[in-house]
Ligand binder design. Structure first.
Ligand SMILES: NC(=O)c1ccc[n+]([C@@H]2O[C@H](COP(=O)([O-])OP(=O)(O)OC[C@H]3O[C@@H](n4cnc5c(N)ncnc54)[C@H](OP(=O)(O)O)[C@@H]3O)[C@@H](O)[C@H]2O)c1
Length: 233
């Protein structure tokens, strides 16, 4: 019960890694609001590309639960393709969701997190945020931006007691990682980098997310935690 009675928002919490993080937080005693554009079961509708939609989410959660302690800015999309063939619309979708969407989430959540005894922001990067791969320009650039946004915000928010850290999963057998493994054109190149010889599991990523959200990580700030089993790039 490391997150007992905490209140968390997980964007992109309806499936994939976000759903796994939401379940792990719930098992630790946390009240979790899962937010996305669509989904089965109980979730709060949000489009992270729209600042008003995100403000409504954070205000609604703080109002319903009497505060907000943890935000996991996890919602993300990927539109692979070489730069010369990538449409401006695909670029905007990726950067607008993965980077600007994180900005909207953290800026809307900060006023509430600052009132928490131990506010926590966890952003989501990727092994590709610091490793170039052909066809990954929009995704990799958005994740590199997320890592630096995390580091800058950690400095700005530290005086108010809010920590800001980033999880950087490698290739995980849920969500878009599973789709990648099914892509016979690109997967052999990525598979060759797996030093551990296997993909990661959702549980291996959520264990790191619970740690970063918990009191145990009170002095961890501005950190990018890679959870990738070791990669040979
Ligand atoms: N799985 C991996 O191997 C892996 C590895 C490294 C990093 N990551 C990162 O982990 C995060 C989750 O990835 P995943 O694999 O779980 O992906 P996923 O299964 O495709 O889930 C993505 C989630 O984000 C939501 N979402 C997408 N666009 C949104 C928007 N505009 N507003 C609100 N919600 C939105 C989706 O719901 P809707 O479409 O209904 O909105 C869904 O809940 C991403 O940031 C990804 O880059 C994943």
């Amino acid at each position: 019960m490391r997150l007992k009675d905490k209140v968390a928002v997980v964007t992109g919490g309806t499936r994939g890694l976000g759903a796994a993080v939401a379940e792990a937080f719930t098992a630790e005693g946390c009240h979790v609001v899962r937010a996305a554009r669509t989904g089965d079961g109980e979730f709060h509708p949000v489009d992270v590309r729209d600042p008003e939609s995100v403000r409504e989410l954070m205000a609604g959660v703080a109002d319903r639960f009497g505060g907000l302690d943890i935000v996991v800015a996890n919602a993300g999309v990927s539109r692979p393709g070489p730069v010369r063939a990538l449409s401006a619309g695909d670029w905007d979708d990726v950067v607008g969701t993965n980077l600007t969407g994180v900005f909207h989430c953290v800026s809307a959540a900060l006023p509430y997190l600052e009132k928490s005894a131990a506010g926590r922001i966890i952003t989501m990067s990727s092994a590709l945020g610091v490793r170039p791969a052909p066809g990954a320009a929009a995704y990799a650039a958005s994740k590199a931006g997320v890592e630096m946004l995390t580091r800058v915000l950690a400095l700005e928010a530290a005086p108010s007691g809010v920590t800001v850290n980033c999880l950087s999963p490698g290739f995980v057998d849920v969500g878009m990682g599973r789709a990648l493994a099914a892509n016979e054109q690109v997967w052999p190149r990525y598979r060759a980098t797996l030093a551990s010889g296997r993909m990661g599991t959702a549980a291996e990523v959520t264990a790191a997310a619970v740690f970063l959200a918990s009191a145990e990580a009170s002095y961890v700030n501005g950190h990018v935690l890679e959870v990738n089993g070791g990669l040979r790039w």
